[in-house]
Design a protein around this ligand. Sequence first.
Ligand code: BTN
Length: 248
Amino acid sequence: MTGHRFRHIALGDVGSTNDEARQRIASLAGEEFVVTGVRQLAGRGRRGRSWVSPAGNVYASFVVRPGAPTHRLPELSFVAALAVAGAVDDIIAGKASVRCKWPNDVLVDGAKVCGILLETAPDGGGGLVVIVGIGINVVSKPSDTPYPAVALAEVVPWARSDAVFDALRHALANRVELWEREGFAKVRELWLERVDGVGGPIVARLADGEVHGTFTGLDESGALLLTDAEGKLHRITAGDVFRPSPEV
Ligand code: BTN
């Protein structure tokens, strides 16, 4: 059954669930599983940032063993974002809008509700497994972010991490299966239905500066397409994107 594609290993306090998952890849050879923690004491975010992780939220790292070649593994970032969006939709049942933002953010009424961190590890047989680390703000959110953040309990006060995790485990199994069956084209199509701002102004903040322009779409490998004022098309593969004002 799709809901049980990932065996669940539930832990208490951990450093990072991504590290806990990584440590089990060899002993659980051939298996797909998910490690959750109640709290993370060294939670990691994208681009070297930390992820503050008090009790009450979801901290889950899924080990996915995809049959796809290595160059396609980053596609799982969009698969994961769609899964989070689906799980969040289930929980808040239409009480707010749930949208995606490149590369893998999910926004509830415009505010960030989750973080997704993809890492790879050797599978022991010459291939790679992907660790899909997902944090969802259920009862609390970070206070010092440069972007608006939200916790699900602000929208549905009865939201609990167990129910959110169950929805996520089911949704991720479902979306990974869709990706395996129908390929990235289908994932891209579903993601583009969930993204705001195509055709509007956008700023991409990259390691070496900023590019301003129009959000033109997503290419067939998941790169963000941005057209600048001179009409030059930029393919952005890593970075953060914002609307020029107000910042989201
Ligand atoms: C981001 O910067 O937006 C990504 C944050 C990812 C946080 C999750 S929580 C579970 C997993 N374990 C970690 O240490 N990080 C990810």
